[in-house]
Design a protein around this ligand. Structure first.
Ligand code: PLP
Length: 393
């Protein structure tokens, strides 16, 4: 049985549900008994163009039939084409490096900032300020960059130095010192509770940092690639970051991370690298994903999906005031604050039993990250099941 094998051979890092998904069609998944589930999670914001996307599958097949991987010692055509496409869509004059995950993209961002701090000033700058409820990854450095206390367990200490945290953007101004090289933030804190930052506050901070020559790193691992309605949340916030990271939705399920920067000459050969990063397989797949989403956005369909999802979410919220206290989020990155943690756990469990997948964020937020291509029918069905699930808790 899957459960036995998983428990026997796989390290115990996730509190798993023992369901055996066999196939998926857009935002609908089917298990080994052919029970269907509406997927409001998209694999935590990854399967942006839906499950079983034929265009992506065909692009991958055509690519791996010829070349899957060569190494970064040779130019890689789909990598260059993907970089060109991201450059065109993001609206900033950036160059980029391809990694394999969000954490790795953030590692790259921190390395860029550190090299900048080492080489551009008379005395070294290396400190990075992040937010207390942030999440930036699971490597030792990105765990330390993550502001949440619970992540800094002594189990993995010692951590690299040079990271400090503020609860609010307004406190960053006084935390900055002569050794501060960068501020790193998510514009909508995903794991922290689907909390969007205030646009004017972000713009003021961005302006201040630019004047001081301190880098602004925007972690768009979760918000990027149209999740908030624009290609980047940075576009929505109308700021000009120095470094931006992407992952999750860009690959639609293939492991990819991107760190892009306006500091185009920061690295020289040997500074950074990755065996798999940006290989033929992942960049060909991601190119297809980004092309699909670009066309989807231009057709108006993404905005329609966002509006429809919001409407149904608002309805669920209004009709369940004893369970939900607040609506949060942007685009197709949404949350409902739940009265308490135990109720949230009960909602997620009941939803699963009724055939709808939803997520937890922070302590008490029910989180929604559906595929961006979710249809109205799937939205209707998902919310119908969720409403029913709520009657059962
Ligand atoms: N940054 C943010 C904002 C994230 O939401 C995540 C993952 O949830 C990460 C970084 C880490 O990404 P990965 O799990 O791909 O390493």
């Amino acid at each position: 049985m899957l459960e036995n094998k998983d428990k026997q051979y796989v390290l115990n890092t996730y509190a798993r549900n023992y369901v055996n998904f066999k196939r998926g069609v857009n935002a609908t998944l089917f298990d080994d008994t052919n029970k269907d589930y509406i997927d409001f999670t998209s694999g935590i914001g990854v399967v942006s163009v839906g499950h079983g996307n034929e265009k992506v599958a065909n692009a991958i097949y055509e690519q791996v039939k010829n070349i899957t991987h060569i190494s970064n010692l040779y130019a890689i055509e789909p990598q260059a084409l993907l970089a060109q496409k991201i450059h065109e869509l993001c609206g900033y004059d950036v160059s980029m490096f391809f990694a394999n995950s969000g954490a790795e993209a953030n590692e790259g961002a921190i390395k860029i900032a550190r090299k900048y701090g080492e080489t551009k000033f008379k005395s070294k700058k290396y400190k990075v300020i992040t937010l207390a409820h942030s999440f930036h990854g699971r490597t030792i450095t990105t765990v330390k960059a993550t502001g949440q206390d619970k992540m800094h367990t002594p189990n993995f200490a010692p951590y690299p130095e040079g990271f400090s945290y503020n609860h609010y953007l307004k406190d960053i101004y006084t935390t900055i010192d002569d050794e501060t090289v960068a501020v790193m933030i998510e514009l909508v804190q995903g794991e922290g509770g689907v909390q969007p930052l205030d646009k004017a506050e972000v713009q003021n901070l961005a302006k201040f940092l630019k004047e001081k020559g301190i880098l602004l790193i925007i972690d768009e691992v979760q918000t990027g690639c149209y999740r908030t309605g624009e290609f980047l949340a940075s576009n929505l916030y109308e700021i000009e970051p120095d470094i931006i990271t992407l992952a999750k939705g860009v690959g639609g399920g293939v492991p990819i991370g991107v760190v892009m920067t306006t500091l185009k000459d920061i690295f020289v050969p040997g500074d950074h690298g990755s065996t798999f990063g940006g290989n033929y397989l992942v960049t060909r797949a991601a190119l297809e994903v980004v092309d699909i989403l670009d066309a989807y956005k231009n057709s108006g369909a993404l905005d329609e999906a966002i509006i429809y999802f919001e409407k149904k979410l608002a309805q669920l919220f209004e009709e369940n005031q004893k369970v939900f206290t607040q609506k949060v989020g942007l685009g197709l990155m949404r949350g409902l604050r739940v009265v308490d943690e135990a109720t949230l756990a009960a909602v997620i469990k009941s939803a699963f039993e009724e055939g709808v997948l939803v997520l937890k964020a922070g302590k008490n937020t029910l989180r929604f990250l559906p595929p961006l291509t979710i249809t109205k029918e799937e939205i209707d069905e998902g919310f119908k099941r969720l409403a029913y699930a709520l009657t059962k808790i």
